[in-house]
Design a protein around this ligand. Structure first.
Ligand code: SF4
Length: 223
C-alpha cells in the first residue's frame, strides 16, 4: 500500500511550509543555459556546476558558439566536474543539433529534447519545467529516495514508476513546484545518510524513520 492522493498532497503542503522558497539551485538565465547546466549536473552537485558555468556561458554564450568550440576548450572549462570528457562531447554535439535542426532554439517537448545528445528523460523533464513551465517531474536521486521513504511510491519502483506515482497523485499544475519541494526535502532534511527523523513531521507514518531511529539507539547502547 502506498500513500493516498490526499495524504501525498498533505505531505507536499507541509514540505512547502518547510521550504517555501524551494526552487532550482543551478544558476542559469535562459533555456539554453538551463539545458547546458542540467547536462553538466548529471552525477555532479549543483554547487560544482555553478562554479564553472559563469566562464562557460561567457565563452560560449549561444548554441552556435558552443557548436563551433573545440572539445579540449570546453573540457578546460568544465574539468572540475565528473565525467567531463563525455559531457564536453555531449555539449558540443547537443549544440550542433540545436543549430542544425532547431534553429538554435531549445525545443519545448520531451520527445524533441530527448533527441538531443546527452539529454535523457530526467534532463528533458527538468528543462521542460524550469525553462518553459511545462508540467513535468524529474526524478533524481533525492526525489527517488524521499518518495520511497515516505511511501508515496513503492521501494521496488523504477525511476519511471516513481515519476508516474507522483504524476498520478499530485495535481499537474503543481508538478514543477512539488518537484523542487521534494528535492529540497531530500537535500536538506531527509538526507541519504543522516535523515532528521527525530524532528520529522512525517515520523508517525514513515516506516523508514522508525527503523532508522531504532538502529541509531541500538548503536548508542552498544558503545
Ligand atoms: S521520518 Fe526520517 S526517513 Fe522518514 S521522511 Fe522523515 S526524515 Fe525522512
Amino acid at each position: 500500500m502506498t500513500l493516498s492522493k490526499e495524504k501525498t498532497r498533505a505531505v507536499l503542503e507541509k514540505i512547502g511550509e518547510m521550504y517555501p522558497d524551494a526552487q532550482r539551485e543551478l544558476s542559469a538565465r535562459s533555456p539554453f543555459q538551463i539545458l547546458v547546466a542540467v547536462i553538466l549536473s548529471a552525477q555532479a552537485t549543483d554547487v560544482s556546476v555553478n562554479k564553472v558555468t559563469p566562464e562557460l556561458f561567457k565563452r560560449f554564450p549561444d548554441p552556435k558558439a558552443l557548436a563551433n568550440a573545440a572539445i579540449p576548450e570546453i573540457e578546460s572549462v568544465i574539468r572540475t566536474i565528473g565525467l567531463y570528457h563525455n559531457k564536453a562531447k555531449n555539449l558540443k554535439a547537443c549544440a550542433q543539433k540545436l543549430v542544425m535542426e532547431f534553429g538554435s532554439v531549445v525545443p519545448k517537448t520531451r520527445e524533441e529534447l530527448m533527441s538531443l545528445p546527452g539529454v535523457g528523460r530526467k534532463t528533458a523533464n527538468v528543462v521542460m519545467g524550469d525553462a518553459f513551465g511545462e508540467p513535468a517531474i524529474a526524478v533524481d536521486t533525492h526525489l527517488d529516495r524521499v518518495t520511497k521513504r515516505l511511501g508515496i511510491a513503492k521501494e521496488s519502483d523504477s525511476v519511471r514508476q516513481v515519476e508516474q506515482a507522483l504524476m498520478d497523485k499530485l495535481p499537474e499544475k503543481d508538478w514543477v513546484k512539488d518537484h523542487h519541494r521534494l528535492i529540497f526535502f531530500g537535500r536538506y532534511f531527509c538526507t541519504a545518510r543522516n535523515p532528521h527523523c527525530a524532528e520529522c513531521p512525517f515520523l508517525d507514518f514513515c516506516l523508514y524513520g522508525y527503523k532508522y531511529l531504532e538502529e541509531q539507539s541500538l548503536k548508542k547502547k552498544k558503545k
